[in-house]
Design a protein around this ligand. Structure first.
Ligand code: ZN
Length: 79
């Protein structure tokens, strides 16, 4: 089950065990125009340039709020 909610630049994802909050790209950013990705290092041989995240956000950083403690298994099984 996954539910998402977006409030301005904040995206909130609700899962069964946790809530994730992530800041989205700035829609007024001059570099990426709100897309979040920019091309760096244009290749002179015609290959596609690398898309990298813009400095206005970090796609690898989010806040995780657990909704319940994780299940800990203390029993040991022979197999
Ligand atoms: Zn940007």
């Amino acid at each position: 089950m996954r539910n998402s909610l977006t409030i301005r630049r904040w995206r909130i994802d609700l899962y069964e065990s946790a809530v994730y909050i992530q800041k989205q790209p700035d829609p007024k950013c001059i570099d990426c125009r709100g897309e979040g990705d920019i091309t760096r290092g244009a290749d002179p041989w015609g290959e596609e340039p690398d898309l990298q995240p813009c400095d206005c956000w970090n796609p690898f950083h989010s806040l995780r709020i657990p909704l319940r403690p994780r299940t800990v298994i203390n029993e040991r099984y022979p197999f």
